[in-house]
Design a protein around this ligand. Structure first.
Ligand code: ADP
Length: 735
């Protein structure tokens, strides 16, 4: 056969195989971006194979055809390199792949058009050959860099395997191009068959997401070559020995050959087996006995009742036989919506315990529920169906940095997942190891079920204790409230009777004096004054009772623009004589730092007046009251009323704002509005809270405790919005 016929047969055969690959990609339905890119690559490959073949068929075609073929090779190679860069960037999911694709394709297309132009109108204006080769080299370099980064940055073995797979494919493709760019003459036609070594895995890689284990395949090839070489060496040894020994021993060669062959055959089989074992051990890492490990494991976990301990035992068992860095138990519990909550119980490595809820229709959940097979992180990221799972779920699993999830079932239901991180060797889990892990997960089912039941019981117990505790506090609170209610009757009668007795006393005096007809103007004025004081007090008590009755129904407010300083001035003014009499100093700070506000001036004055009245009542003579105001955020400001009084018990801090609640003995109640420890009907703070909350604010008290000797004092905090509004306080009180 002459050279041209070899070239023609080679061209037609490689061209046809490229065409088949092209057609496979073309007739695939529902093409994704990667398939379209591969299709474009294969289309250009067809042109390139044709150009390479035509360039060397000088014996058949006229020079115009072969020259055109030759001129097109570098440009088409550059176009192939551009297409390869785009595909690899997309396969490795670099987000910038469309930019790389557009730039590469644009440049290579310009080059192609220029080449066609110069074929039609020959000239030596541009060294297009060199430009083509240079562009090809630059684009291949770009692809290599992307692949190197891809391999380097993949944390998980299957991801690294994917990058390796593309590295291998891209190398074979680029070698194919390179052969046609070197000055090899007709040998350039070796390029297309070499290119096929990459084109076939390229098509396979596009069609299925599970890629063969590159390292394992290479290992098998290496193993085969190694054993092949040893066998060949032995046989050669026999042949050479026969030659030598015939001369030395002067024996006939046939019996000697038989003798040597029998001798070699005797040692060959055991030697071969020993070598296979040695190679396997050297290449596949340390072996372990899965059956023994699993037996030990099932014995250890039979008594485990705690989820943390179970996770530890399972992951440590795996870590003893495989070199892993991360591992956790993901405990599953069904949600009300029909989804599944996965809660990690970390066992090895830094793992967040934040749970995730898998949606009821999530493909990941469906896969886990319907299929007992282990789920790989690689599948979650590359399987066409699993990729459709909610982004939140995929992201949560990605951050876990696990390589494999093994379903754990209890009574047929998915009870959890055993999640294992990548092996330190960077190897993907071998089928044997996956089977071992799956059995281990299977054995964990009953133990996990028990641990979950136990955890549920513990939780229930804790909840019951908590409920008991809150019932006890609620009971205590109710008891205090009840006492307050019954005390109220005593207080109310006391509060109302005192001014009434005074009024009756003075009216009696007035009647007696009227009868004696010796009443002077001055006496009348004094008696009238003595009557009007208890009347005013009666009025105040009745008003307080009326306000309190409004608290539940909801107070009505009239919000108008006003100032805090103005409100406070009015609230304080009424208490100036009392402050003077009790020798208590009152200072204000920062009132002007609060700008114009919108509030019910009268009601706020009433609320602050109640706070000041309490501060006076519960502070011994000579004490100090401080009122401070300061802005909190864009929406709120705070006012604090601090006294140096007797303080409040921590138990009472939350209760004093309740209606009719008051601390201390009712005997201490008196008609004095500002007498030391003189309580009122227990409504002042309830009304103040109603007013403050009606403005969209909040109020609370702080005190180091109740102590009449040391007087630790109390602070009442009031937070108000600049613009009063209905509804709850929007300010978050710091813990
Ligand atoms: P009262 O009409 O009895 O003053 P309040 O609702 O104003 O009712 O207050 C309820 C209880 O809170 C008071 O009886 C008192 O024990 C306690 N209290 C209120 N303010 C203070 C304060 N500044 N210092 C100590 N105790 C206070």
């Amino acid at each position: 056969m002459s050279t041209w016929s070899y070239i023609a047969v080679n061209g037609i055969a490689t061209g046809l195989i490229h065409l088949v690959l092209f057609l496979i990609l073309l007739f695939r339905r529902g093409k994704e971006a990667k398939e379209k890119l591969a299709l474009a690559y294969m289309g250009i490959s067809l042109l390139w194979v044709t150009a390479v073949t035509l360039a060397h068929l000088e014996d058949i075609f006229i020079p115009a055809v072969t020259d055109s073929g030759r001129a097109l090779i570098p440009t088409l190679a550059a176009l192939l390199a551009a297409s390869q860069l785009a595909s690899i960037a997309q396969f490795l999911e670099y987000p910038f792949w469309p930019i790389a694709a557009t730039a590469g394709y644009t440049w290579a297309t310009i080059l192609l058009l220029a080449t066609i132009y110069f074929i039609l109108f020959p000239s030596n204006l541009l060294p297009l050959d060199q430009i083509g080769i240079f562009s090809w080299a630059a684009l291949i370099l770009g692809t290599t860099v992307l692949l190197a980064i891809g391999t380097f940055r993949s944390r998980l073995a299957f991801h690294r395997n994917r990058a390796l797979y593309w590295l291998f494919t891209a190398t074979a493709l680029a070698t194919g191009h390179a052969i046609t760019l070197l000055p090899l003459g007709p040998l350039q036609t070796i390029g297309p068959p070499v290119h096929l070594i990459g084109a076939i895995p390229l098509t396979r890689g596009v069609l299925t997401f599970w890629l063969p284990n590159v390292k394992a395949t290479l290992r098998s090839v290496f193993r085969f070559l190694f054993l092949f070489a040893i066998t060949a060496a032995l046989l050669t040894g026999v042949v050479l020995s026969v030659e030598r020994l015939t001369d030395i021993l002067a024996l006939p060669s046939i019996p000697l050959t038989i003798l040597l062959a029998v001798g070699v055959a005797l040692i060959y089989l055991p030697l071969y087996q020993a070598l296979v074992r040695l190679v396997d051990r050297l290449l596949a890492g340390v072996g372990f006995d899965p059956a023994q490990t699993l037996r030990d494991y099932s014995q250890t976990i039979s008594g485990v009742l705690d989820q943390e301990q179970l996770a530890q035992t399972a992951v440590q068992t795996v870590a003893q036989v495989l070199d892993i860095r991360r591992g956790a138990l993901l405990v599953a519990s069904p949600t009300e919506r029909g989804g599944l909550l996965l809660r990690p119980v970390p066992a090895l490595g830094e793992i967040s315990t934040d749970p995730v809820e898998l949606e009821p229709i999530s493909p990941i959940l469906v896969r886990l529920q319907e299929d007992d097979a282990p789920l790989f992180q690689y599948e979650i990221e590359h399987h066409p169906v699993l990729r459709e799972s909610p982004q939140r779920e995929r992201e949560w699993l990605r951050v876990l940095e696990m390589e494999i999830y093994l379903p754990i079932r209890a009574q047929g239901e998915l009870a959890g997942l055993l999640a294992m991180g990548p092996q330190r060797t960077g190897e993907p889990y071998s089928p044997r190891v996956v089977e071992f892990l799956a059995t281990l997960a299977h054995q964990t089912g009953v133990a996990l079920q028990n641990a979950r039941l136990f955890a549920g019981l513990q939780e229930l117990n804790a909840r019951i204790m908590q409920l008991n505790e809150s019932l006890r506090t609620a009971y205590e609170r109710l008891e205090r409230m009840d006492r307050a209610k019954s005390d109220f009757l005593n207080i109310a009668s006391h509060e109302l009777r005192t001014p009434l007795t005074q009024i009756r006393g003075y009216t009696d005096v007035l009647a007696d004096l009227a009868r004696s007809e010796v009443l002077t103007q001055e006496q009348i004025a004094r008696i009238a004054d003595n009557i009007s004081r208890p009347v005013r007090r009666l009025e105040r008590i009745i008003n307080a009772l009326l306000d309190a009755s409004q608290l539940d129904a909801g107070m009505t407010f009239r919000f108008t623009p006003t100032t805090l300083a103005g409100i406070m001035r009015m609230a304080i003014e009424a208490w100036l004589p009392a402050l003077k009499e009790r020798n208590i100093t009152l200072n204000t700070y920062g009132l002007d730092s609060v700008p114009l506000i919108r509030a019910d001036m009268e009601r706020l004055t009433q609320a602050f007046s109640n706070l000041i009245s309490n501060a006076i009542k519960f502070t011994p003579d000579g004490g100090r009251i401080t009122i401070e105001a300061h802005p909190l955020d864009d929406e709120h400001f705070e006012v604090t009323v601090t006294d140096t009084g007797i303080g409040i018990n921590s138990m009472d801090l939350g209760l004093i704002f309740e209606k009719f609640y008051r601390v201390g003995s009712i005997d201490l109640h008196s008609s004095g509005d500002y007498k030391f420890k003189g309580g009122g009907p227990g409504l002042g703070l309830a009304i103040a809270r109603g007013i403050i909350e009606g403005h969209g604010g909040c109020i609370w008290a702080e005190s180091a405790g109740y102590d009449e000797e040391r007087c630790p004092g109390s602070t009442f905090h009031v937070v108000l919005p600049y613009h009063a509004h209905q509804g709850p306080c929007r300010w978050q009180r710091p813990e």
